[in-house]
Ligand binder design. Structure first.
Ligand code: FRU
Length: 607
């Protein structure tokens, strides 16, 4: 028996209280519990974060004794990696207190008072968001100002503005505290950061969903109110509604939430107005059952189950998430077909997250997939890279466009990529269009959105009608590496045509066309930093769908991503890369025969 445990010196009966440097009073109540009283004035309380923790501290925020919100933060123990701002403005004039449990998930206790976070909890009027990630923060892709991002959510277009909401952690660069962050753009390229739109509430955190412009005031919040449906993720997953009467700037959550409850996990509601039936349709991912559920509604609040699709069909390895359903014209006909986007994780062609889709018909109640001649349902993939997930499209887009964007990462390693101030970017915007192959099979193309042409700056390399043999032909890329390479080639009689990006460190990405198999591959095994996850080094391979060996490639290179669009987006590979210095050289060569580089242009990026 340890005698000292039995003798409690009188002084220990009072909590250890310290007045922090910046207007906070900190009382350690026990080995894992601390109270922080906020006495000072200012816009933010800075919370120091150490990323390597497995467990987040649970912080109950009390105003005048009532719990207002609960947030989870990896409070720094031995070292501060960065701070995150807790906004105090809403609590002005109230007695504000943070009741912190520092060790939620552990069995052992430790003394919270030794942690370094307490000294760093200061009140300030500014939070510095200057980019500290010069090497890897994309120059022309959407990223959060700071903190973690996953799925794009609730996108809609209205009055010339593209609204993009996204899964955001405002308190750290790993997944937690799911909130709808918000950005807006007038050109799909330059994004302005807006205030967080929907924050966790009593029903849970705010998972993915969609928004619509309610042109006919069906929900009762006025003509053209913006209605968002999302998943409230608490102990269970339920669907909830929020509405905005200021064009998506701020949202009120509906007092009657949740609006859909089921007895199994379902999430990521995606809705649209159906002109033919005069009602709303909704697709919901029945995640663990690996199927989609369809609902109808007159008013966006009352939903009736109308059908299901997918059980046992297509790729089934992982959970089904983030569905989208839309109608597209079939080229060369006056017909249309419906596309059901079905994101799946894991189970993608190269491991982890990926976008499966089905083409078929939708009768207003359920989706019926086209089948192969033998009656089976084909599995089709939208992107043959590793880093395009949770792709969904904008609602109410102009000119009948079906513009979509994906989260440019993969759940296999999204939390481990070598950035810290922010984690994850979105892909470039893409237009969804149908195309048919020579054998009459329909597929979805991801055509780079027309706005991306505005990114084209000075042409710094040019070639035409160049014979390509086994000796490499080299082209220079901009010193910062940011560019679009647009080229047309014909494999003529070559077996393989290679395009190799490299930097002075010898790091490289090899993109290779194989004329026998009609495939394009993307090898990032030597692309730079690859060792943060065993799942990162990879070769991805895409069918090219053509039969004549003539290929156009548009390759967009940003600081930590490469998007390769082949033949107007008929094949696409989106892959992250983390080179130690920018790729400044493109080498083209062919094997077993010659190829013709009919046209090549390297454009600098106007960002
Ligand atoms: C997909 C997903 C969604 C969910 C969200 C939570 O990446 O798992 O199904 O709503 O992320 O952040």
């Amino acid at each position: 028996m340890k005698l000292k445990n039995l003798i409690i010196p009188a002084v220990c009966l009072a909590p250890l209280t310290m007045t922090g440097a910046g207007g906070v009073e900190i009382s350690h109540l026990g080995p894992t519990n601390t109270l922080v009283r906020v006495n000072g004035e200012g816009q933010y309380l800075l919370l120091p974060v150490q990323e390597s923790h497995e467990d987040d501290a649970r912080i109950n925020v009390l105003a005048d004794g009532k719990i207002e919100e609960t947030i989870y933060v990896r409070l720094a123990r031995t070292k501060t990696d960065y701070t995150v701002p807790f906004d105090l403005s809403k609590y002005k004039g109230k007695n504000l207190m943070l009741d912190i449990v520092t060790q939620q998930n552990r069995n052992s206790v430790r003394d919270a008072q030794d942690d370094v976070c307490w000294d760093g909890m200061i009140i300030t009027d500014t939070f510095d968001t200057t980019n500290r990630e010069k090497k890897y923060r994309p120059a022309y892709h959407h990223t959060p100002l700071y903190g973690w991002m996953n799925d794009p959510n609730g996108m809609f277009y209205k009055d010339g503005v593209w609204h993009l909401y996204y899964q955001k952690n405002p308190y750290g660069s790993k997944w937690q505290n799911m909130t709808w962050g918000h950005s807006t753009s007038k050109d799909l390229i330059h994004w302005d950061h807006q205030k967080d739109a929907i924050k966790p509430d009593g029903l849970g955190s705010i998972f993915s969903g969609s928004s619509v412009v309610d042109h006919n005031n069906t929900a009762g919040y006025g003509k053209d109110a913006v209605i968002a449906l999302f998943t409230s993720a608490g102990t269970s997953q339920m669907q909830s509604l929020a509405y905005s009467t200021d064009n998506g700037d701020t949202f009120e959550v509906y007092a009657g939430n949740p609006i859909i409850t089921l007895d199994s996990e379902a999430r990521d509601p995606n809705m649209f107005w159906n002109d033919k039936t005069g009602e709303w349709n909704l697709v919901l991912a029945h995640a663990l059952d690996k199927e989609n559920l369809f609902f109808t509604s007159p008013d966006l609040k009352n939903w009736t189950l109308s059908g299901t699709f997918g059980k046992g069909l297509g790729a089934q390895e992982g959970v089904w998430e983030c569905p989208d359903l839309f109608e597209l014209p079939v080229p060369g006909t006056d017909k249309t077909k419906w596309v059901l986007i079905c994101n799946i994780n894991p189970g993608g062609p190269f491991g982890g997250s990926s976008i499966q889709y089905f083409i078929g018909d939708f009768d207003g109640k359920t989706f019926i997939s086209d089948t192969n001649p033998d009656g089976t349902v084909p599995t089709k993939w939208l992107d043959y890279g590793k880093d395009n997930y949770a792709l969904v499209s904008w609602s109410n887009a102009p000119d009948n466009r079906r513009t979509a964007i994906g989260w440019m990462s993969n759940w296999q390693y999204a939390a481990d990529v070598p950035t810290m101030q922010f984690r994850s970017a979105n892909t470039l915007p893409r237009e969804m269009e149908l195309f048919s192959t020579n054998d009459g099979e329909l597929y979805v193309a991801s055509v780079p959105s027309p706005e991306l042409l505005k990114l084209r700056g000075k042409i710094i390399e040019k070639a035409s009608n160049k014979n390509i043999g086994s000796n490499p032909t080299d082209f220079q890329l901009p010193s910062e590496g940011l560019c679009e390479i647009n080229l047309d080639f014909e494999a003529t009689n070559a077996d393989v045509v290679s395009f190799i990006l490299s930097n002075p460190e010898g790091e490289k990405v090899i993109m290779r066309y194989d004329s026998k198999n009609r495939t394009m591959s993307f090898d990032r095994r030597q692309s730079g930093i690859v060792d943060f996850s065993q799942k990162f080094p990879a070769v991805t391979v895409s069918p090219t769908f053509e039969t004549d060996g003539k290929i156009n490639l548009r390759i967009f290179i940003d600081r930590s991503s490469i998007e390769l669009f082949g033949n107007r987006g008929q094949f696409v590979m989106t892959n992250l890369v983390f080179p130690n210095s920018p790729y400044t050289n493109l080498s083209v060569e062919s094997r077993n025969g010659n190829a013709t580089l009919s046209e090549l242009k390297v454009y600098e990026i106007n960002s």
